[in-house]
Design a binder for this molecule. Structure first.
Ligand SMILES: C[S@@+](CC[C@H](N)C(=O)[O-])C[C@H]1O[C@@H](n2cnc3c(N)ncnc32)[C@H](O)[C@@H]1O
Length: 372
């Protein structure tokens, strides 16, 4: 396998491993021929691994399409995909088109894909509608965005342009970015009259990665997942409201009358992961011992253990800072203390050293102080 210059990043292996497992999972539940599209293929590593590791999970034929707009990638792509040419049941197509054109032409040609990988540079939102339009019901879209500034509150004007949303600085900024991206995806799916289910969402702070499933129908109360997240920088308190039930904000912990909230959203307030699917992927990986590297397994296990609810997350560093502690409180003991009082609490799978809970802010601070 030749990686060529520029775009292959060894550090992206967890996202590639997940992509291969999702492909294998799609293959294992296939009722007929599969159509998979690697829209921005780079050197073709994903397509190659889909074909070698994912496709054998299905008895049905696979049509695998690799595209990259850069014409200089084509020789490399074709050379790298050689191991798949002539493989029984695998039909390969290569193209060098802008993704925008390929997707719109595919729609006109009434093509539908069971799996699309959109591994973009920058913000992919301009492509969401056309990608979802050619995704089969039950199909999976694997999306990457390297736009780290606008959804994390560092470029608020661009957030309005790209997400039609307010994005404010927040200690759980990676999660905020994922929730803004999910909201953008959900709106596009809903405009097509379709439902959206998050399967896996994670980030390394540089790239924001999401896998979602498109459903024929919008789920019960799916629109109730769109809402706003408010945080008071002064006292640290947080609050959420679904857009459908939007009313005035309650007071934050530092003022009796009204909050000094910095509000982000609309963003996705629903789950970030599908623990059931992630468990199935972990099970599937047992039969595919070379597919998943150890860091990828750890990532999947972390995400599997944290569905992404409730929405409010706190960093233990922030808690320690606010209480004037020498160091962060022990995360697992803090979670246990909150659980033992009947609150929902869990370790965040998205950002290290953070917990999510529905405990009121003052209770959280008190339990943290108790552990000091
Ligand atoms: C992040 S790299 C892909 C990396 C690859 N998926 C991997 O896992 O190694 C993005 C690729 O998208 C291609 N690209 C950028 N804009 C594009 C567009 N509008 N349409 C199609 N390909 C595009 C670039 O040439 C580049 O090879």
């Amino acid at each position: 396998m030749q990686t060529g210059s520029g775009f292959f990043r060894p550090e992206s292996r967890p996202s590639r491993d997940l992509s291969v497992l999702l492909a294998a999972h799609q293959a294992s539940r296939a009722q007929g021929p599969q159509h998979w599209l690697d829209l921005m293929a780079g050197c073709g590593i994903r397509g190659l691994r889909w074909g070698l590791e994912g496709a054998p999970q299905s008895p049905h034929p696979l049509a695998l399409w690799l595209n990259d707009a850069d014409p200089e990638r084509m020789d490399l792509l074709q050379a790298n995909l050689k191991p798949l040419s002539g493989l029984a049941g695998v039909d390969l197509t290569f193209s060098q088109q802008p993704a925008e054109r390929l997707l719109r032409q595919a729609y006109l040609d009434q093509r539908r894909f069971d799996l699309i990988d959109l591994d973009a540079f920058g913000c992919p939102n301009g492509l969401l509608q056309s990608a979802l339009s050619v995704l089969r019901f039950g199909g999976v879209l694997i999306l990457a965005s390297t736009d780290g500034r606008s959804p994390t509150g560092h470029d608020r004007v661009a957030a309005v342009r790209r997400f039609a949303a307010a994005a404010r600085a927040h200690p759980s900024s990676w999660e905020l970015a994922l929730r803004l991206q999910l909201a953008a995806l959900a709106r596009e799916a809903w405009m097509l009259g379709r439902g959206l289910e998050p399967l896996a969402c994670f980030s390394d702070g540089r790239t924001f990665r999401l896998a979602v499933r498109l459903h024929r129908r919008i789920g019960a109360d799916e629109e109730g997942s769109l809402g706003l997240l408010a945080r008071c920088e002064h006292c640290g308190d947080q609050a959420v409201q679904p857009v459908l039930k939007l009313s005035g904000w309650r007071a934050c912990a530092c003022r009796a009358d009204s909050g000094r909230w910095a509000v982000s959203g609309p963003l996705w307030l629903g789950p970030l992961q599908s623990p059931a699917l992630l468990q199935e992927l972990l099970n599937l990986s047992e039969a595919m011992p070379h597919t998943m590297a150890l860091p990828s397994r750890r990532l999947l296990e972390r995400l599997q253990g944290d569905p992404g609810l409730p929405v409010c997350c706190w960093s233990t560093d922030e808690l320690a800072q606010r209480l004037g502690l020498a160091g962060p409180p022990p995360l697992h003991r803090l979670v246990q203390a909150l659980q033992s009082e009947g609150y929902w609490a869990g370790v965040s799978g998205v950002m290290a050293g953070q917990l999510r809970t529905d405990a009121p802010w003052k209770v959280l601070l008190q339990r943290c102080a108790d552990l000091a």
